[in-house]
Write a protein that binds this ligand. Structure first.
Ligand code: ZN
Length: 450
């Protein structure tokens, strides 16, 4: 028997208006959404839908969750962050390579301890849900067992993730430096075990850390593996810091650029995700576009490590796929609302409109990950990944914000939003976070459901 639930509230969502990335927003202040077995089966204005003969009967029989004036929006998509780094947020004052050596590599070494790995993974997925993130692209560490534990915790909490074991066989501390073949074999085993698991909520990403910590053998082997597992992802860093770029140029002198180096190893294509991509030329952007690869723009992290400014409008105009990433722990916040705000603030001359930033954190991210047929917006036929938000919980002063035109509401979310406005988070129709239950001490029962 089907499981049907209806949700009433102020529904706002981007929707695609073409196959080439154009979008607009739907806005139903008195909206209704019907979810059947985890999928959206009806959505629109409450009064209009109630009059539909086929729905009238259903609505009289099912439970209607009424969120009043609160917003119902698609869940947020974080295209780049690091699970093992959550203990290292706010460690300031260093550029990328020094920061990695001083704080991050020691923190990642601790993931050889499986109990520790589980404790951090448990916290990580609860925190993602509390921030309204319903799909994330995640780095773990080189440790296979710690990565297994991360996938187990993701499954237990009903999280939707694209994740992988990190690969490093050069320029890493001894405890984190792998034998090339073992790194490849380990990654292959993980892809076999986890890609498509938990009814497809879990997907695998081959995850070489970046050019600095990779031999040519590791990268060419990763390219071959990635081809052997259709539908899997490839997730790495690209052109984040000047010193990193110079090191890569020295390691791979035959490549025209950092991006060209990845392309030569077969690592650019549909379902490849390159984090940062700050210092690129036209040839690099052309390659990214031609291959259908995606970029993860991480403005909070770029601010924090003083890495530079992503060429937002140039990348957008050239038609490259991209979304936003928190890049915790170089990004101090897991909240994508904070990341959206920083994406606007970091541009010295350009305004990036709130509706563009909300799109980039939902449908735009889904499109970059080739998942816009499944999630990213509230449209009939898609899976029900959504959040319930109360912007007035944060603003206080603007108590009529939910009566404002769509763009004013979106602007409030972008410039004032953080985890405090997230009341509920749902993945595939299942509640995975509720602020009310958290406050009454019942959150564990939600996260443990199923
Ligand atoms: Zn990163």
């Amino acid at each position: 028997m089907s499981s049907i639930t209806a949700y009433k509230g102020h529904i706002v969502s981007p929707i695609s208006t073409s196959g080439s990335g154009d979008y607009s927003f739907i806005d139903y202040p008195r909206g209704l959404m019907v979810v059947t077995d985890g999928k959206l089966t009806a959505l629109g204005d409450f009064d209009q839908l109630s009059e539909r003969s086929d729905l009238g009967t259903i609505l009289s029989q099912v439970k209607i969750e009424d969120f009043g004036k609160r917003l119902i929006m698609p869940g947020l998509i974080d295209m780049h962050l690091h699970l093992p780094q959550v203990t290292q947020t706010a460690k300031s004052g260093q550029h990328l390579l020094a920061w990695l050596n001083r704080y991050i590599f020691p923190a990642e070494s601790k993931f050889s301890d499986i109990d520790y790995a589980r404790r951090i993974a448990r916290w990580f997925f609860a925190e993602l849900a509390a921030n309204g993130t319903t799909l994330s692209v995640v780095f773990t560490t080189i440790h296979k067992e710690a990565c297994n534990v991360a996938f187990e915790e993701a499954a237990r909490t009903h999280s939707r993730v694209i994740m992988g074991k990190v690969m490093m066989d050069l320029n890493a501390p001894a405890a984190l430096c792998e034998v090339t073949q073992e790194s490849l074999t380990g990654s292959m085993e993980m892809a076999r075990k986890w890609h498509g698991a938990h009814d497809g909520l879990l997907q695998y990403a081959f995850t070489p850390r970046f050019g600095v910590t990779s031999t040519p053998e590791l990268l060419s082997g990763t390219g071959e593996l990635w081809k052997r597992f259709p539908g899997t992802y490839m997730h790495t860093h690209l052109a984040e810091a000047r010193e990193e770029i110079q090191t890569v140029a020295g390691l791979f002198p035959e490549a025209r650029s950092y991006m060209d180096m990845y392309d030569r190893f077969g690592l650019a294509g549909e379902r490849s995700v390159f984090a940062h991509a700050i210092h690129l030329d036209d040839g690099d952007l052309d390659c990214i576009k031609q291959r259908g690869a995606a970029l993860a723009h991480c403005p909070s992290s770029n601010f924090f490590l003083k890495s530079g400014v992503f060429a937002y409008n140039r990348v957008r105009q050239c038609g490259c796929l991209f979304g936003l990433g928190s890049d915790v722990a170089a990004g101090p916040h897991m909240s994508l609302f904070e990341v959206m705000k920083d994406a606007n603030f970091i541009q010295p001359d350009d305004w990036i409109e709130p509706r563009e930033l909300i799109y980039r954190s939902t449908l735009g991210g889904a499109r970059a990950l080739y998942m816009d047929g499944v999630v990213g917006s509230l449209e009939v036929g898609k899976e029900a990944d959504f959040v319930v938000l109360d912007p007035s919980a944060k603003t206080g002063v603007v108590d009529d914000i939910l009566d404002q035109p769509t763009d004013e509401i979106l602007s409030c979310l972008v410039f004032l939003g953080d985890d405090r406005i997230v009341e509920r988070t749902y993945v595939r129709g299942r509640l995975i976070f509720s602020k009310a239950l958290q406050e009454t001490g019942n959150l564990a029962s939600v996260n443990l459901a199923g």
